[in-house]
Ligand binder design. Structure first.
Ligand code: DX5
Ligand code: ZN
Length: 220
């Protein structure tokens, strides 16, 4: 199953409700919400209050991507919003197990992400407890960067481990996903595709963008 997750980071924040509605009507499977704290990454984006407002404007499940140094505190703040997924970065914690348990106990799918410089192998033993693995295909922190082809083997490694173990885990890629790159990621085994620029800045509109991405990911 292919899932397209528009990243609201590329939406027009002055017209957020309008852009959420476009993504919703366009068939988004998840609303990807990028939470940046200005420490884990240089930029500050938005937090749980804005994300709650996103949730009030759509029935599409929320996919929260925490790029923060203290994900455990943020999980407490996001819990009442009941996102479908909360993903934190492996680099932000000493031991991922307690936080994975905390997220699972909320009835939320736990996601763990790795930056381009971090190997995926430490994630493989976590698969039985995870709902999502996010392989970053750019350095986290900003939209509009170029897809890093060198991340494709990491996607294949995780895909093979999910397949071998029969795990119910979404395999997500995030960063530089576009009509030009999505098939490469899909062929490697990704099934959940975050796209900001390619969705919200598409010349033919959000709906066409989502359909095109879905088509290209499905026909690999
Ligand atoms: C980057 C964020 C992404 C970002 C993707 O740190 O995690 O979700 O919005 O933007 P594009 O699709 O433009 O590369
Ligand atoms: Zn993201």
């Amino acid at each position: 199953m292919i899932r397209i997750a528009p990243s609201l980071l590329a939406a027009d924040f002055g017209n957020l409700a309008r852009d959420i509605a476009s993504a919703d009507r366009g068939g988004a499977d998840l609303m990807h919400c990028d939470v940046m704290d200005g420490s884990f990454v240089p930029a500050i984006s938005y937090g749980h209050d804005i994300t709650a407002a996103v949730g009030r404007n759509t029935d599409v499940p929320l996919d929260v991507h925490l790029m923060v140094v203290d994900p455990s505190t943020q999980v407490d703040l996001f819990a009442p919003i009941k996102p479908a997924v909360i993903t934190f970065h492996l680099e932000a914690v000493d031991d991922p197990h307690p936080l994975i348990r905390k997220i699972n106990n909320l009835g939320v799918r736990a996601g763990v992400s790795v930056k381009p410089g971090t190997p995926v192998e430490p994630l493989l033993e976590l698969l039985p407890d995870l709902g999502l693995v996010l392989v970053m295909t750019v350095e986290p922190g900003a939209g509009g960067q170029s897809f890093m082809e060198g991340m494709v083997p990491k996607v294949s490694t995780v895909a093979a481990a999910i397949e071998a173990g029969g795990h119910d885990v979404m395999l997500q890629v995030d960063g530089g996903i576009s009509a030009a790159t999505i098939a490469t990621a899909a062929r490697a085994g990704a099934d959940t595709f975050v796209a900001g620029t390619a969705v919200f800045r598409h010349p033919d509109g959000v709906s066409s963008a989502i359909s095109e991405l879905r088509h290209l990911a499905s026909s690999t």
